[in-house]
Design a protein around this ligand. Sequence first.
Ligand SMILES: [Zn+2]
Ligand SMILES: [Zn+2]
Length: 242
Amino acid sequence: MKRRTLWILGVVLVCVLAGIGTCGLYIYRSWPISVKKGERIICSDPKHQGNRILENNIETIEVPRSKAGKYRIVEKKVVCTDCKPVKVQCGEKVVCPDCGEVLQDATEFVSVPKREASQYKLIVKQKICRDCNEQRQTFGGSPKEIVIKFINSVKQGRLSRAQEYVKETVMLYGDLGLTRFGKDEFAQVCVSEFANTKIEIKKEKIIGSTAEVLIRNFTVNDWNFLLLKEYGYWRISGVRLE
Ligand SMILES: [Zn+2]
Ligand SMILES: [Zn+2]
């Protein structure tokens, strides 16, 4: 009898202890704990400068201990924009400012990390090319030079050359008022005016992009040529008879 009671007590005790144990384990496993989860983006370039972590989307949450293993931090490796190679042109080149032709090219394209790109410099120097220089010699010059080139071309009968120094239409301000000439007509008019006369420049006046050149040609009137500067060249736009 006594032994039986002891047995029962023993079994009850085991049951109670087991119950407490199970209960404790359950509480332990479901107790909330803090875990970190999310994604971290890291630059994988070994020469990366500064903080390697580009993005850190990590949050701390509370979850039951039993579920904690499901949450983790995922690291994603990329090459950041600063480390990514870019193509840059560096060196020196010589370019004609008038026609844009490249006269000398000692440049090369190199592939460098973007963060270093600013160290590679492209130097562009200007030098007028032979053709453009000839063009400037032929069709360029000061207002005075343009008028002389025009008159000399007229005297030589090179009318198409002469027209190069003249705008599309030319205004002639004379005794009879204003007459408008096309550039070919104007060159023709000048043939009779300048063909066999000596000329002398009396005055050149430049104001900004307009100019006046007064010519004495030993006929009735002095011719005051009016010029405008267009695209870097002086061109005859009118004449005022003085
Ligand atoms: Zn980087
Ligand atoms: Zn050129």
